[in-house]
Write a protein that binds this ligand. Structure first.
Ligand SMILES: *[C@@H]1O[C@H](CO)[C@@H](O)[C@H](O)[C@H]1NC(C)=O
Ligand SMILES: *[C@@H]1O[C@H](CO)[C@@H](O)[C@H](O)[C@H]1NC(C)=O
Ligand SMILES: *[C@@H]1O[C@H](CO)[C@@H](O)[C@H](O)[C@H]1NC(C)=O
Length: 351
């Protein structure tokens, strides 16, 4: 590195951590030390937190490992949902886990905000239900007989603690930014939409009781959807996200659809302020890796197809051998024997 670059980096570092991106707390996923924090002082050694989040850490130290878990599942889910897109939710190793692309008001940023605030609500609620946190437990107040004739009982997921913790922790950087900032309004809206994706997809699980499983009595309780389901819901919201801009109504600033012909968005929808870049070329300053080297699908006309994925640059084709289990036979008793089949497949990668 040139001496000048080093100087710049040193000068910029405090600005980045202080001013910070609103999603720097996701860096908790990369700090295994959160697992074994015993005393409040340990909070100060964590990186990526705002002052307000640091205070929450000191006050609720036992919850922090589940915030870390929330960060982890949301990064994994983002990578799953975006695996076939040009921007594939790669983490880059820095404090801004996805790079600057997520700080720019795009629909990708909307998704990251929604999935990560959902991730914290989800992980904390799960910990509550499993009895891993003292401050919360499961909901035993859903009682009585339902209209369908089953008995409510047992341990329903109680989302209220997890949701309010996510609101305090994940929304904290925005509250500091001030409510007149469009970015704060956008992020807060998407954070809430993420949590709503859990709330509006709660499921009922039941167990039968009675002579040899006759189901004379059914007891049921409410559970959160699997996190994959939350990811699927939010990915659909990403596809249909509304572009918005700021408007003053009286003394209040609100975000309204940019195109006035579009229907208003709901609390469950994702909104964004700026169009996304095309993500075709490497732009490390903004954390964009580009699509060179990405695998593409030669027969698809969608975004995973070679034409769109490679941005018209063309692609290389190589042959690869895949080994699969095949001709499996069941053997009495009880094992399954398979052969190994070797197949040659063509793998296309973007130039
Ligand atoms: C995303 O794509 C890049 C290449 O652009 C690749 O190096 C990386 O492994 C991919 N990340 C994930 C999470 O699939
Ligand atoms: C759910 O948790 C909240 C906060 O921990 C508590 O106040 C509330 O009573 C619980 N609800 C039920 C129905 O158990
Ligand atoms: C490629 O795309 C086609 C058409 O969309 C699809 O049927 C096929 O399963 C895809 N192949 C792979 C390997 O994803």
């Amino acid at each position: 590195m040139e001496p000048q670059t080093i100087l710049c980096t040193l000068l910029l570092l405090p600005l980045v951590t202080r001013g910070g991106s609103a999603t720097n707390w996701l860096y908790l996923a990369k700090q295994p030390a959160v697992r074994n924090m015993r005393n409040k002082e340990a909070c100060e050694r964590l990186r990526g937190l705002t002052d307000g989040q640091m205070q929450l850490c000191r006050r609720h130290i036992s919850v922090m490992d589940f915030v870390r878990r929330g960060a982890e599942i949301s990064i994994d889910e983002c990578q799953h949902q975006f695996r076939n897109r040009r921007w594939n939710c790669s983490t880059l190793g820095g404090l801004q886990v996805f790079g600057r692309v997520i700080t720019q008001g795009t629909r990708e940023a909307a998704f990251v905000h929604a999935i990560s605030s959902a991730g914290v609500a989800f992980a904390v609620t799960r910990a509550c239900s499993r009895g891993e946190l003292e401050k919360c437990g499961c909901d035993r107040k859903v009682r009585g007989v339902s209209p369908e004739g089953f008995q409510w009982s047992g341990c329903s997921d109680n989302l209220s603690y997890g949701i309010s913790f996510s609101q305090s922790f994940v929304d904290n950087p925005e509250r500091r930014r001030g409510m007149s900032s469009s970015r704060a309004l956008m992020n807060l809206h998407n954070n809430e939409a993420g949590r709503k994706a859990i709330l509006s997809h709660m499921k009922v699980e039941c167990k039968c009781h009675g002579v040899s499983g006759s189901c004379e009595v059914r007891t049921c309780w409410k559970v959160m959807p699997p996190f994959r389901k939350v990811g699927n819901v939010l990915k659909e919201k990403f596809e249909g996200a509304s572009e918005v801009h700021q408007k003053k109504i009286g003394s209040r600033k609100v975000l309204v659809p940019k195109n006035s012909h579009y229907k208003p968005y709901t609390v469950q929808d994702l909104i964004y302020l700026s169009p996304s870049p095309d993500f075709c070329d490497k732009d490390l300053k903004n954390g964009v890796l580009g699509t060179t080297g990405r695998q593409c699908n030669k027969t698809s006309h969608a975004i995973d197809g070679c034409e769109l994925m490679c941005c018209g640059r063309g692609f290389n084709t190589a042959e690869a051998e895949v080994v699969e289990r095949c001709s499996c036979k069941f053997r009495w008793c009880c094992s399954v024997k398979c052969k190994q089949c070797r197949n040659i497949v063509q793998v296309h990668t973007c130039r």
